[in-house]
Design a protein around this ligand. Structure first.
Ligand code: HEC
Ligand code: HEC
Ligand code: HEC
Length: 479
């Protein structure tokens, strides 16, 4: 009797299995944790622009496929591969030739894009259907296991630079369509991707078993019955194929995303990868999407321009390779899902109607400016972003009320100022425009002043940027 009761009590007080899993996983990956916390970043600077797959020609080229049902499935797989941006990571950067000559494009899906980590470079795999160096010998089950569990045939555990924790939620139907596309719709390329060889202990792929056990979510996407079909479609796309959280969710000490669904408090509240801060996508009215309409969000994802915001940084590639090809219905679903997320991790404020806002706008127009940074803005920035911070529609982003300008992290702002940027090239959006780099024009304290100024003018209110913030961001960038 007593024994049974003891067992009952100790069971009640036992650490829940999930927490135990986390602890055990944590101990094993301490070394991993430290190094990975510094982030996995892409080595190759230039990213290829992948043209949308011309399904008709690809399918025609593949003699193995003859029924209309197969062709439709392959075409759907091609669409899903774009929604998941498989090409973005699995295609090496274009190879430069002589100066002045266009670089040679790398074959799509042949792998070899390097992603830098503090302990070495992780290369993406060749995922063309070549049977020797690609995935041509994969069965459907091999394919699904690699995508969902991060385990390639032979038990090779994949580094989480491959977003398998998100792909775990891909539905069976979509997985079959992706498999059909990769086996019959993609040209085989017999060029092996470079081997990833990380120093010990990171070379021990088997140890990733503990990471997977502790952190990787399992099981398919579960629709929320209380929500409508559009919301569920959006949630599915964001959480599975779109792997938006890989950049937009903060990471923990072992490089794990701090949540994979809206039920986690930190999900999509903003994260830094490769020195780009991907902003808060919850309803926070300051640095989040609270003031951005669903229609503007869908336009942002289709054309790189929406509601005066312009895509920059690592989001440019996401729009160019992936979201611009998504159907209007899917983009509307993503926007509806994002707009349903309650405000979290709030920071920054905007009140465009405040008296102070009107006074500074007036002062900038008349050149009557004394605040540090205002003169720099008037000299270097106002010709594109305008003295009232409203930008120019379809050309230059507005900075007044721009959530990215109000973000808690200023990593992206510093990086953009140092390197300059260019808005995306898309099929339907306006032509790409450049923002010049200021690395040679402004010193660290001038950059801090102008950033502090744009974060606290026209009704914007966000924490100031210090010279130290700029210097440390620049030294991390080596620029
Ligand atoms: C964010 C970057 C990224 C995206 C997006 C991505 N992958 Fe990967 N993938 C990788 C990296 C990096 C590796 C190599 C990991 C390693 O060596 O442990 C990899 C490995 C793989 C492998 C294992 C191949 C092998 O045998 O080594 C397969 C299969 C694969 N990816 C398929 C896909 C498919 C299909 C998609 C789209 C649905 C996709 N990946 C999207 C980065 C990515
Ligand atoms: C490779 C990393 C990466 C991925 C993956 C990614 N994003 Fe982003 N995203 C960023 C960065 C960096 C920014 C900030 C630059 C900008 O505003 O364009 C951003 C900005 C945004 C913005 C504008 C936010 C603002 O406040 O201005 C939206 C909306 C957005 N992303 C949605 C998405 C969605 C939806 C997905 C998934 C389909 C996604 N992102 C996937 C990196 C990423
Ligand atoms: C020649 C025109 C031009 C000048 C001058 C210019 N910018 Fe920009 N700016 C752009 C363009 C174009 C983008 C979009 C960049 C991208 O997509 O990579 C941009 C983007 C931005 C963004 C990100 C906002 C968003 O939603 O995309 C910030 C912040 C910014 N600029 C600040 C500045 C500051 C501060 C200065 C002066 C030091 C400046 N810019 C000078 C053209 C300009």
């Amino acid at each position: 009797m007593m024994r049974a009761y003891d067992a009952y009590v100790s069971a009640r007080h036992a650490v829940p299995r999930s927490r135990l899993r986390k602890r055990a996983g944590f101990i094993v990956i301490v070394a991993w944790a430290l190094a990975l916390a510094l982030g996995v970043t892409r080595v190759d600077a230039a990213e290829p622009v992948i043209a949308p797959a011309d399904n008709a020609t690809i399918i025609a080229a593949s003699g193995a496929v003859n029924s209309a049902a197969d062709a439709a499935q392959i075409a759907r797989g091609a669409y899903l591969a774009q929604a998941a941006d498989c090409a973005g990571c699995h295609t090496a950067a274009p190879r430069p030739t002589q100066p002045g000559v266009k670089p040679i494009l790398s074959p799509p899906f042949a792998g070899g894009l390097g992603m830098a980590s503090p302990f070495g470079t992780i290369y993406s795999s060749n995922i063309t259907p070549d049977p020797h160096v690609g995935i041509g010998a994969y069965s459907y089950d091999d394919f699904a296991r690699a995508l969902r569990d991060g385990v390639a045939p032979g038990g090779k555990r994949l580094y989480p630079a491959m977003p398998f924790p998100s792909f775990a939620k891909i539905s069976d139907d979509d997985m079959h369509a992706l498999y059909a596309y990769f086996m019959h719709g993609v040209q085989p390329v017999a060029i092996a991707a470079p081997e990833t060889s990380l120093p010990f202990p990171f070379s021990q792929r088997w140890a990733l078993m503990f990471w997977d056990w502790a952190f990787a979510p399992r099981g398919p996407f579960k629709p929320e019955p209380a929500r409508d079909a559009q919301w569920n479609r959006g949630a599915y796309l964001v959480q599975s194929l779109g792997h938006c959280g890989a950049c937009h969710t903060p990471r923990g000490p072992a490089y794990e995303e701090r949540g994979y669904t809206e039920s986690s408090k930190l999900y999509l509240t903003g994260g830094t990868n490769d020195h780009w801060f991907a902003p808060n996508l919850t309803g926070d009215p300051g640095s989040g999407l609270g003031r951005i309409s669903a229609a503007d969000l869908a336009a942002f994802l289709k054309q790189g321009h929406g509601g005066g915001l312009v895509t920059f940084g690592s989001m440019v590639q996401v729009v160019e390779d992936s979201t611009q090809y998504m159907s209007d219905a899917d983009l509307a679903a993503i926007a509806a899902y994002l707009k349903s997320l309650p405000p979290r991790a709030q920071s920054g404020l905007f009140n465009g109607r405040s008296r102070a806002a009107q006074q500074t706008a007036q002062a900038l127009k008349t050149g009557d400016v004394e605040r540090p940074g205002a003169g720099i803005y008037a000299t270097y920035c106002a010709r594109c972003h305008q003295s009232d911070g409203a930008g120019v529609a379809q050309k230059y982003p507005r900075l007044a009320g721009n959530p990215a300008v109000l973000s808690a992290s200023t990593a992206s702002l510093v990086r953009l100022l140092v390197e300059g940027g260019g808005s995306p090239h898309t099929g339907e959006g306006p032509e790409s425009r450049k923002m010049p780099p200021f690395a040679d024009k402004l010193n660290d304290s001038e950059m801090a002043h102008v950033l502090t100024f744009i974060r606290n003018t026209w009704g914007n209110a966000a924490a100031p940027v210090t010279t130290h913030d700029v210097s440390s961001a620049r030294s991390a960038l080596h620029k």
